[in-house]
Design a protein around this ligand. Structure first.
Ligand code: CTP
Ligand code: MG
Length: 227
């Protein structure tokens, strides 16, 4: 059976404020290459991915195009200037995806260790009636709700998971969700949950860890070099 083909949006337009440094976070060096190189090369190598649209930080569109060329990422069909929020970046990138595309993956460049295995895993439920798929991991720590200094309650972590990317969507559902404004959502699936859409989760991968600070980068670098 031929597996379904999908387009990918790579969210790479963040400033990386918590990371610090002169360049945007996606240009920080991971094993000697820009962080973004890892996601681009890995998505390019996925048989299920047909095309890639990258949201770049304002002023960094050219370096992103050059990087894609250097890596031989011929699936990168457009580089757009991102928005001021992640949701804004997704909306702008979606506009460059062909109307015929039926499935869309949205991935954070800040999670460099994406794999074909996880791409296949998130696409699969779309063939069974789900409209959106989130890779997620059980929460290891005990989670508490707090108000200022006071601990208010402990939340049953058995029903909690933490969401990662790449998230997979039926294109029409994702476009509709972004057509009506994306508010403060930090994750695309949230917009579809709000609209009562059919969202499921699949097992994520600890190695999809998001690079937020220098410590995260060091951790991901160790994984990259020992894989
Ligand atoms: N992102 C984006 N457009 C934005 C904000 C974020 O495309 N306006 C992307 C980032 O480049 C990143 C992903 O969304 O790959 C997740 O965001 P986050 O980890 O928060 O990265 P930054 O926003 O860059 O970091 P910070 O919040 O520390 O500034
Ligand atoms: Mg951010």
């Amino acid at each position: 059976m031929m597996s379904a083909q999908a387009w990918a949006v790579v969210c790479a337009a963040g400033a990386g404020e918590r990371f610090g440094g002169e360049r945007p976070k996606v240009f920080a060096a991971l094993a000697g290459r820009p962080l973004l190189a890892e996601s681009l090369e890995r998505l390019e190598a996925c048989g299920e991915i047909e095309g890639i649209v990258v949201a770049a930080p304002a002023g960094w569109e050219e370096p992103v195009i050059l990087l894609a060329e250097e890596l031989g990422c011929s699936k990168v069909s457009a580089v757009v200037t991102g928005g001021s929020t992640r949701g804004g970046s997704v909306r702008l990138a979606l506009a460059e995806i062909p109307d015929e595309a039926e499935l869309v993956l949205v991935h954070d460049a800040a999670r460099p260790l994406v794999s074909e295995e996880i791409v296949t895993r998130v696409l699969e439920p779309l063939g069974r009636g789900w409209e959106a798929v989130v890779p997620a991991l059980p929460v290891a720590d005990t989670v508490k709700r707090v108000e200022d200094e006071r601990v208010v309650e402990t939340i049953d972590r058995g029903s909690l998971v933490s969401a990662q990317t790449p998230q997979a969507f039926r294109a029409g559902v994702l476009r509709a969700a972004y057509g009506t404004g994306h508010g403060e959502a930090t994750d695309c699936a949230a917009l579809i949950e709000e609209r009562g859409g059919r969202v499921c989760w699949v097992e994520g991968d600890p190695r999809l860890h998001k690079v937020t600070t220098l410590d995260d980068l060091a951790l991901v670098e160790v994984w990259l070099e020992t894989l």
